[in-house]
Design a protein around this ligand. Structure first.
Ligand code: PMP
Length: 364
């Protein structure tokens, strides 16, 4: 069966070589006589898998021993609550930039536990830019940004300077898409189901000094300290997702690491944005300097809302028939969106641009 080009925002495309390796090892991993899915997480066969997964992500991202690397569950959405629960604990206030639907949710969860100061918002222009930071509080417990706005298609290409306030970054849709200085952050977190592996695993990277802020007596599963003290094995971790994560880390390493991955991502994104900017039919609504390399929303120039909706649906349907799937924009914003994560091959973006040109010529 022919595989499609999958532009889903998440769960999303995985490297074919990773899927092939997992298929080859499905029934029997090494000499274990078992599938990884069947192994005890405390067995001698599984222990090297999780240890290797951690070592590889440390190597690929340049994470020092000064940080814990945790493999958790509950998605990035659980982090929206765990972060304030564990770290909004000194002055009970934190700064956020409001740049789209996901940071909005992070803010709502934090507001349940303390005071949120919104130090920049791009809501006024439909999230099409990244706001200037005004009135940051030097006494905030932390400063939170969403590094890449999956729905709106904006991305911080430069990390904001927040002085000595601990910086927390949601890298769900941008992890390992480009080199990133982990040392600028106190905490980084990501749901795995875009650039890192399958759904069910959440990567959390925490600078060790942050652990002192965690209140005693939190529910065990909600305490980063409990997870760190137990090397992510307080309870059964998402074993199989961690195994796929490990294979993805090997794939990144073997390609040459984040610098090489970034060059490939930049080439793919340029191809798509250059076409969008040259088209008189489609456009991307985001300010150029902050366009995402991972999620590219686009619209037609049709002004009549009903006609635009008909065109969008036609585009998505015909693209699917051509083997280009999951191109509908997020339900909250409409239009179209191409997610072109690390594992999307250049050929996929070339095929998309060729299809868009043809659609334009037929429908303009
Ligand atoms: N943050 C960002 C930037 C996201 O893209 C998503 C999911 N698409 C989330 C948070 C929520 O992640 P999850 O579904 O893993 O809870």
């Amino acid at each position: 069966m022919k595989r499609v080009f999958n532009f889903s925002a998440g769960p999303s495309v995985l490297p074919e070589s990773v899927l092939q390796k997992a298929a080859d090892e499905m029934l029997c991993y090494g000499a274990s006589g078992q599938s990884v899915m069947e192994m005890s997480h405390r067995s001698k066969d599984y222990e090297p898998i999780i240890a290797e997964a951690e070592a590889l992500v440390r190597q690929n991202m340049g994470i020092s021993d000064n940080y814990h690397v945790l493999f958790l569950q509950g998605g990035a959405s659980l982090q929206f609550h765990m972060l304030p629960l564990n770290f909004m604990t000194i002055r009970k206030k934190a700064d956020f930039t409001l740049t789209g639907a996901w940071p909005q949710k992070a803010i709502e969860e934090a507001q349940k536990l303390g005071t949120v100061n919104i130090v920049g918002s791009s809501k006024d222009k439909k999230w099409s830019y990244l706001p200037e930071i005004k009135g940051a509080d030097p006494e905030a417990d932390y400063f939170h940004i969403c590094n890449n706005n999956t729905i709106e298609g904006t991305q911080y290409h430069q990390i904001p300077d927040v002085g000595n306030v601990p910086l927390i970054g949601d890298i769900s849709s941008s992890a390992l898409s480009a080199p990133m200085d982990v040392n600028r952050f106190a905490v980084l977190y990501a749901g795995a189901q875009k650039n890192l592996g399958p759904a069910g695993l959440t990567l959390v990277i925490i600078r060790k000094d942050m652990m002192e802020r965690i209140p005693a007596g939190l529910p065990s599963m909600l305490s980063y300290k409990v997870h760190a003290d137990n090397q992510s094995m307080f309870n059964t971790p998402p074993c199989y997702a961690i195994y796929i994560f490990k294979l993805v880390q090997e794939w990144i390493r073997d390609m040459g690491g984040p610098e090489v991955v970034f060059r490939m991502n930049a080439e793919k994104a340029k191809l798509l944005y250059d076409y969008l900017d040259s088209s008189s039919f489609f456009y991307n609504p985001v300010e150029k300097a902050v366009r995402s390399l991972m999620n590219v929303p686009f619209l037609t120039r049709e002004q009549d809302a009903e006609k635009a909706d008909v065109l969008n649906k036609k585009f998505v349907k015909e693209a699917e028939a051509a083997g280009l799937v999951n191109l509908a924009g997020h339900r909250s914003v409409g239009g179209m969106r191409a997610s072109i994560y690390n594992a999307m091959p250049l050929e996929g973006v070339k095929a998309l641009v060729a299809f868009m040109k043809e659609f334009e010529s037929k429908n303009a």
